[in-house]
Write a protein that binds this ligand. Structure first.
Ligand code: GLY
Length: 378
């Protein structure tokens, strides 16, 4: 077994603080790395069929070599797994196997598995510990950090859930080698988001090194994940429950979630792809409203184009709707159900330029509808 090498970051949340380890061979050494955080040597692994095929045996062996028992449940791959019915399946599995309050759940997968397993951990026996071992770029840089857990309902994404922080996050960069290129690209959208929010130097680094990140260069990937996790850890430490700054992490998400809802979560539009289009829309509307220079929006678009990220809503029409145009009224309807609605007003993440995102709850919805009308006909 190769020795692990990693960088350690901390999410500073008082007595619920935890570390994020970013590096190589972390799954193969998981037993040793997670052992200090277990109340008993008994774990429940929740994973999906793709991850299980490539990596489950490695994790199970790593745990058993340290005398840690594990039982695993493998679920279908895809966003549709983040549902009430699959949550029930997870809870039944845990209860049938007589989970007790000292056991630990290991979420071993991408954002879907992390959110679902984390939510199961938050509610089973009124809450047990859990560990995140994210296996996609997207989950390594975003969803595994910060304690947001939950499922989707027929009325929208992430509308049922809980804040439940993990005990430790192991982001094993080696796992990205088996990730399909489309998934790696989708995860890159969440990486570049941190540059666009408040770190223009990171955006400039990505302009230089982004292609290395998506072409599998381990050093570039490690640096991208470390920088992203550090940015996220800082924001979560400031505002765990999203009463302010954490809202910035939703750059591109209000538009993106509406696009995802139209695409019906069936794999035709990945979350990161929706966020890519949504972030460009956030820049475009900021330009139209006079907050952001059009050169900045153009620079962002050129970078996304060079990397191969989707740019326009026409990607959704052709990939998910059989060429049918998106309907603005339906998008507006999805947006009105967003969790970011407060007293009937939607908070948008707008931008004054690259690395200058800010929260704005004074955007007029008629203006948004007119903007969307132009966006869907591009
Ligand atoms: N993905 C946004 C957040 O964790 O707040």
């Amino acid at each position: 077994m190769n020795k692990e090498t990693f960088e350690r970051l901390t999410v500073d949340l008082g007595d619920r603080s935890y570390d994020i380890l970013v590096g190589e061979n972390l799954v193969a050494n998981a037993g040793k790395l997670v052992q200090p955080f277990l109340k008993q040597k008994r774990t429940f692994i929740i994973t999906d069929e793709n991850v299980a095929k490539h990596h489950l045996a490695t994790l199970e062996n790593a745990l058993s070599s340290e005398g840690i028992a594990s039982k695993s449940l493998t679920l279908p791959y895809g966003e549709q797994t983040k549902s009430f019915s699959q949550l029930e399946k997870v809870i039944d599995f845990l209860l049938e196997n007589k989970i007790d309050r000292k056991a630990t759940i290991i979420a071993f997968g991408g954002g879907v598995i992390g959110d679902l397993a984390g939510f199961a951990a938050a509610v089973v026996m009124r809450g047990v510990d859990f560990i995140q071992i994210p296996t996609t770029l997207l989950s390594q840089v975003d969803s595994s950090v910060g304690g947001k857990t939950g499922i989707n309902t027929s009325r929208g994404k992430n509308l049922v859930g809980s804040f439940h922080q993990p005990r430790i996050v192991l982001a094993d960069i080696g796992l990205l080698q088996t990730l399909p290129h489309r998934e790696l690209l989708a995860g890159y959208a969440e990486v570049v988001k941190y540059g666009l929010i408040n770190d223009p130097a990171f955006f400039a680094w990505l302009e230089e090194n982004g292609e290395r990140v998506i072409n599998g260069d381990l050093r570039a990937q490690t640096q991208a994940v470390v920088t992203s996790c550090k940015a996220k850890a800082d924001i979560v430490a400031l505002d765990e429950r999203e009463s302010g700054a954490r809202g910035l992490l939703n750059l591109g998400h209000t538009f993106g979630h509406a696009l995802e809802a139209e695409a019906k979560y069936n794999g035709s539009l990945l979350h990161g792809e929706a966020i890519s289009i949504g972030m460009l829309m956030a820049h475009d509307i900021s330009v139209e409203l006079g907050f952001c220079a059009s050169e900045d929006a153009q620079t962002v678009r050129s970078h996304f184009h060079k990397i191969g990220l989707p740019l326009e809503t026409s990607f959704v029409s052709s990939n998910a709707l059989g060429g049918k145009r998106l309907e603005v009224s339906r998008l507006m309807d999805h947006m009105s159900r967003d969790k970011k609605v407060n007293d009937g007003r939607l908070t948008f993440v707008m931008t004054k330029g690259i690395g200058q995102a800010y929260l704005d709850n004074a955007v007029d919805m008629t203006t948004v509808a007119e903007f969307l009308e132009r966006a869907v006909t591009k």
